[in-house]
Design a protein around this ligand. Structure first.
Ligand SMILES: *Cc1c(COP(=O)(O)O)cnc(C)c1O
Length: 396
């Protein structure tokens, strides 16, 4: 059958290009130490920034939630799947993020797919940062609106696109913390442009929620910005929050509209009520984790200081992007050199993912080092020593 053959060819091509990806099976819970192939690795891979994914209080919340409410919700929110724990979690999420109302989604990907096509369509335009996450790109495409992309965080370019646009309705979308660079979007300027050009602003805070802002309330809180009616704030619950799922927070009107018209809210089964119980618990924990956020910042500083102090040989070729968040990318450049570095580190028992084009621009392949409050200072020192070792080997 020729359809199958063409898939085989495509897979062979990926393999030849060194782009065939593989899953590793972890025989351990999410954490800085991962058991893979019977061996323990020091891992810098997960988005579990606060170390909550395997927190006993969340595991207990799920167990208690399942005992009281069962495993499944049984239906979408609008049919009969909106149980008390979902309602409680949505109210807590709205309160925590500072918006009038919040809706729960099963993933951040699906949350973005609900928002953009509900608010804009044919004849409208989406203005998107070039480094936005794939889910925002897919959501813009699905909407049928014109998709205009501006150079990363270039507010002049965005203003020019907005000024030139004749679209009926406009929507600006941006990651709040960029997933491959770890830098913050200029949210105050984005809000200002949205106001000036009467556009919606969708902020995807997958990597800022729980980590930034007072009590971990996220990037919007970090900049102390108001809950304006044109703002839609999306936070994910499977990264720092340690559970899974996502939420959209907005004005009561926008939330009600998404509840009626957001297709992945309407036509998808509500998350397990046990998870909803854990989400509410996670918010309590996040608010009280100032020490962990402090430790996370200290780890990032330790990595940067250690890199700048003693790794000049490697620093000439590789560049640690100065990021204020848990995402600390080491830009290596070429694909092969990056994969070689990843392999070298893995020989030293360290697991950090190599990220290559098209996920990042050509020539900017990198190791995406992500830190967690569950890492110790010694873990960072171990990583620095391993990088140093790899640099010397590669350089000699
Ligand atoms: C991870 C991520 C998402 C998707 O969230 P999931 O809950 O994993 O589907 C969306 N946007 C950004 C920026 C992300 O990093």
């Amino acid at each position: 059958m020729s359809n199958i053959l063409s898939l085989r060819h495509a897979l062979e091509q990926l393999s030849e290009d060194g782009l065939l990806r593989q899953r590793r099976i972890l025989d351990s819970a999410c954490g800085p130490r991962a058991i893979v192939d019977g061996r323990e690795w020091l891992s810098f891979c997960s988005n579990d920034y606060l170390g909550l994914a395997a927190h006993p209080a969340l595991a207990a919340a799920i167990a208690e939630g399942a005992a009281r409410w069962g495993a499944g919700s049984g239906a979408s929110h609008l049919i009969c799947g909106h149980l008390r724990p979902h309602e409680d979690a949505e109210i807590a999420l709205a309160h925590f993020s500072g918006f009038e109302r919040a809706l729960l989604f099963s993933t951040g990907y699906l949350a973005n797919l609900a928002v953009i096509p509900a608010l804009v369509g044919r004849g409208d335009a989406v203005f998107a940062d070039r480094l936005n996450h794939a889910s925002l790109i897919d959501a813009a495409r699905l909407s049928g609106a014109e998709h205009r992309r501006y150079a990363h965080s270039d507010m002049g370019a965005l203003a020019a696109l907005l000024a030139a646009s004749t679209a009926k309705r406009k929507l600006i979308s941006s990651d709040a913390v960029f997933s491959m660079d770890g830098d913050l979007a200029p949210l105050p300027e984005l809000l200002e442009l949205a106001e000036r050009f009467d556009a919606w602003l969708l902020v995807d805070d997958a990597h800022g929620f729980g980590v930034l802002g007072r009590e971990g309330r996220g990037s919007w809180a970090h900049f102390d910005l108001p809950a304006a009616e044109r703002v839609i704030y999306m936070g994910t619950l499977g990264k720092a929050a340690g559970v899974g799922g996502a939420f959209v927070a907005a004005s009561a009107t926008v939330a009600e509209y998404l509840l009626q018209r957001g297709r992945s809210y309407v036509f998808s089964t509500a998350i397990s009520p046990a998870l909803a119980v854990a989400v509410s618990k996670s918010l309590e924990l996040i608010a009280a984790m100032e020490r962990e956020r402090e430790h996370l910042r200290a780890l990032a500083q330790r990595l940067q200081a250690g890199w700048n102090d003693s790794r000049q040989a490697a620093a000439g070729r590789w560049r640690l992007i100065e990021s204020p968040t848990a995402i600390q990318p080491l830009v290596v450049g070429g694909n092969e050199e990056t994969v070689a570095l990843m392999r070298d580190l893995s020989e030293q028992g360290i697991w950090a993912p190599a990220i290559r084009p098209p996920t990042v621009p050509k020539g900017a392949a990198r190791l995406r080092i992500s830190l967690s409050a569950a890492h110790s200072c010694e873990d960072v020192d171990t990583l620095l020593a391993a990088l140093d070792h790899a640099a010397r080997k590669g350089g000699s």
